[in-house]
Design a protein around this ligand. Structure first.
Ligand SMILES: *Cc1c(COP(=O)(O)O)cnc(C)c1O
Length: 395
């Protein structure tokens, strides 16, 4: 081995064993090296007992999967490249042509568009149900239903549904019809901290690790967690076949975020409640939607089932403020920046047109702005909101 290229690629140095640091090592691989042909032939990518190919996991991604499973109170975790990929993977794993999926009307928007465009193309139908009315879910279950999505609270409008009641409706249906229907919860808001998804009855919990577990607003990742081995295998084998791998550096970022996650969740929860209560008293505001506020839809259920709330709230303005005034309010904010996603260090906001994105009745006429409260000082955020509210013209 005289050639320097060969020497540098096939170098024989092995560092001493026993190194230990606070954070796990970042392993990066497409190729994983086997010691001999017998080991290559006996490779097992199904049970995390060894390594076969980067797509099927490294020590870094296995470590993150175990920690996310613990966070959610689950047993098995599969990582995917984004929260939306987690939603799509569940659909691909459990639905085939002729099946139907039921989705809450207030679900995360791209969950609905995945059903509208991809699932329908594959012969899978979808229907929306009103998550605040378990009887509506009961009416929409049919012999074709194979997957029921749950989300708590609803995206943007933040109604908190009665998850045990919705799960009970599904169970009552499957008991009578002896069919298998999987319930999958988008648990990004609760994040494994506000409530126990499995204790409330979900079969599968997905999360956008992009949000709280990362906490940095700089990485995309998702997870699919379950307690059931058979369900896990459906998800896991589909994951192998569609090639939803995650990169070691991205896994590292989420592992770093996990250590401070519970503290961030609590800090952002407190700040959001303070600002929500203050906003409720401002003359420009018709309603503040936040499950911990009395009067917000599903508040009593939130109180029964949750020990905390995430950093999201939505403000509905009085109908006398035209959309242009609401837009000017958003543009006048200095600390709150305009952008999607949430649970990062920087406070964000975005206006939404709710009647355009839901089929169930919407009681308000005024414009809505959704806020994600970051980690800035609450007094500074309140002052920013106050100066932007002052910019609003009543028409
Ligand atoms: C952000 C989000 C997702 C998707 O996560 P990405 O990583 O951005 O794809 C899914 N569900 C909810 C409720 C979200 O807020």
């Amino acid at each position: 081995m005289s050639d320097i290229s060969t020497q540098l690629i096939h170098h024989t140095y092995q560092p001493p064993a026993g190194f230990e640091a606070v954070n796990p090592a970042v392993h990066k691989a497409s190729t994983v090296i086997f010691p001999n042909v017998a080991a290559l032939r006996q490779r097992d990518w199904k049970h995390k007992t060894g390594y076969t190919y980067g797509l099927h996991g490294t020590p870094t991604t296995f470590t993150l999967e175990e920690r996310i499973a613990t966070l959610e109170g689950g047993t098995y975790c599969t990582l995917v490249p984004s929260g939306l990929a987690a939603v799509a993977l569940v659909g691909m794993a459990f639905l085939k042509a002729g099946d139907e999926v039921l989705i809450p009307d207030n679900a995360y928007g791209p969950n609905k568009t995945f059903a509208q465009h991809e699932l329908t193309g594959w012969g899978v139908s979808f229907r929306y149900y009103d998550p605040m009315q378990p009887v509506d879910l009961a009416a929409k279950l049919s012999g074709k239903t194979r997957l029921v999505w749950l989300e708590a609270p609803g995206s943007i409008t933040l109604e908190f549904p009665d998850l045990p009641a919705l799960v009970a409706v599904v169970k009552a249906h499957t008991d009578v019809h002896a069919e298998c229907i999987v319930t999958a919860l988008d648990n990004t808001w609760g994040a494994g901290i506000a409530f126990d998804a499995f204790a409330l009855g979900a079969d599968i919990s997905v999360q956008a690790l992009t949000k709280y577990p990362s906490g940095g607003a700089d990485v995309l990742m998702g997870s699919v967690v379950t307690r059931d081995e058979a369900l896990h295998h459906r998800v896991h084998f589909c994951h192998m076949r569609v090639g939803y791998g995650v990169a070691g550096n991205d896994a590292e970022l989420v592992l770093r975020g996990l250590g401070s996650m519970a503290l961030r969740y609590a800090a952002q929860d407190g700040a959001t409640r303070t600002l929500a209560a203050w906003l409720q008293q401002q003359p420009q505001v018709e309603a503040v939607l936040h499950p911990a506020l009395p009067g917000s839809p599903g508040h009593a259920v939130w109180q029964r089932d949750c020990s905390a709330a995430a950093c999201l709230m939505s403000v509905v303005f009085r109908p006398g403020y035209a959309q242009a005034a609401v837009d000017l309010f958003c543009d006048s904010l200095r600390l709150f920046r305009l952008g999607y996603s949430w649970a990062g260090p920087m406070s964000l906001c975005a206006p939404y047109d709710i009647p355009a994105i839901r089929t169930t009745a919407w009681p308000y006429k005024g414009g809505l702005v959704r806020f994600s409260i970051g980690l800035e000082a609450v007094a500074d955020l309140q002052a920013d909101l106050a100066q932007a509210l002052a910019s609003m013209q009543y028409s």
